[in-house]
Design a protein around this ligand. Sequence first.
Ligand code: WTA
Length: 642
Amino acid sequence: MSELVRRPDDDSNTHCTPQQYEEMYRRSVEEPDAFWAEQAQRIDWIKMPTKIADWSFDPVDIKWFADGELNICHNAVDRHVEAGRGGDVALIFEPDDPAGDVRRITYAELQRETARMANALKKLGVAKGDRVTIYMPMVPEGAMAMLACARIGAVHSVIFGGFSPEAIAGRIEDCASDWVVTADEGLRGGKPIPLKANVDAALDKVSAKGVLVLRHTGGEVAMHEGRDHWYHEFAADLSEECPCEPMKAEDPLFILYTSGSTGKPKGVLHTTGGYAVWTETTFRYVFDYRPGEIYWCTADIGWVTGHSYIVYGPLLNGATALMFEGVPNWPDASRFWQVCDKHRVNIFYTAPTAIRALMREGKGPVEKHNLSTLRLLGSVGEPINPEAWRWYHDTVGGGRIPIVDTWWQTETGGVMITTLPHAHDMKPGSAGKPFFGIRPQLVDSEGEVLEGASEGNLCITHSWPGQARTVYGDHERFVQTYFSTYRGKYFTGDGCRRDADGYYWITGRVDDVINVSGHRMGTAEVESALVLHGKVSEAAVVGYPHDIKGQGIYCYVTLNSGIEPSAELEDELRKWVRKEIGPIATPDHLHFTPALPKTRSGKIMRRILRKIAENDYGALGDTSTLADPGVAEDLIEGRRNR
Ligand code: WTA
């Protein structure tokens, strides 16, 4: 039996009461055009759209607000200044070092700095439609670079600072991006991250016409004459005014690479109008944001959560968002709570992996700080186990405030399933109810639709404004990946249970994607990295339950003949994967094996490998189709001995 946690009463001007949710949800699915035309009123359009929803999932062609024109940077920045709110703080920067300088950037300053950066991009030669790669630390200039692109109609492709030079090169090449914005170094937990050096190494493999470099730590970097420019010098005498380019609603806004079950990461493409309406609306209702509040999302701008809920969603709402450069456990495990206390944070949004890690440290670090300003907590990125939910609710939230467990994906642009703070009771471990306009459907593996309380694969049957429109440069891959498993439906890749009250419980990925500390990782990517190594003949990678990370990376590796397994080789392969993909892909377990379990037709039986990695030998299921059943026995033996 799941537990029900009653929504706390709130009689201030909450955006959504229980009755309003019911009424608005009903309208959003029965009259989507009228509903979304109304939500879109909160956006400043250069040309008001008359067409609202215009989409098909078979063939796949998705448009929203198609004849509208707008600029999202104008909406996120300039219009607040024009409305007399230029003195309001847009971004608070809390540096990695607790003793470092806090910066408070008002909307007026954000407008000036974004315009200056937009002029710098233009001076480099960036034009409307060009792709700009952003590889930045968690500093306000990272957000400014995104907004500067949007201002001039360039398409940003942000790469998380934890990715390797190889990963950067692959992404630059895939979207033919001629321009890079980076910094000398990033800082995390007191350690410098060599951002510029990584870009240099990437640009040994692929070329770029220009690189803007922010001076952040002051660390030594090499500058390539003619290609690299220090931002502070390059932009010193540039104007702080730059007009916002009028964009069609369906003009691309950004590309964000994300892992899937096969092949290289995909460049998921989001467009301007629908994404603006979707992030504005979801931020407003999910976080129930109230003017003057301090909102903190601990994600990185390199992930979709940072795009939608550090940059676009909050700024479109004129909110004050905190940007934190550091990590939860440095200098000690009270860092998050110290920052909440210091900045009087009202809304705090983080990932279950961080909650689990901090829960281990007990109440002490939390109780050292005054968290009385907190009004709402959020969770995102992976399923939150009820125990961690409880701790978050009772210890961090003092048992008095709601939690929103927001389920969504890079491809969905914003939150899809969640409870709303004062509209729904909560069930620890359940994301909750569909957001406005979202029509989830559970299907079994044959595609039969499941009704009522049931468990199956999660699909969405109708488009929503923030939906990704395509995979950059490969629409066929978009169709294949998301709309072909269950024709005419968007398939999320997640398993899900719906209970008798209509609450949704995400059970995790049902494809070959694993979720490591809230980061999406394709097992195929790790496998290709491993087999690139000269001593590896074959590799199969699966996820297994991990106390802190949610899932860990378990690699079965077959070596070339004549090569003997050793602790040194294990270490070498770990380093190799870090070099190829980045530290987030570091294998947790390397299991050397003379052979992998295969069917007679040569297909690797991943189900068996998953079970063995999970230490679940009783449930191996049918192994009779294995070409050599002895392989499974040997693997179990190997696992037991670890
Ligand atoms: C998982 C992150 C359970 C899910 C915004 C999804 C979640 C993948 C939740 C997308 C949640 C995200 N509960 N699972 N609240 N939020 N997921 O693209 O498996 O990095 O498919 O987007 O994370 O990860 P992505």
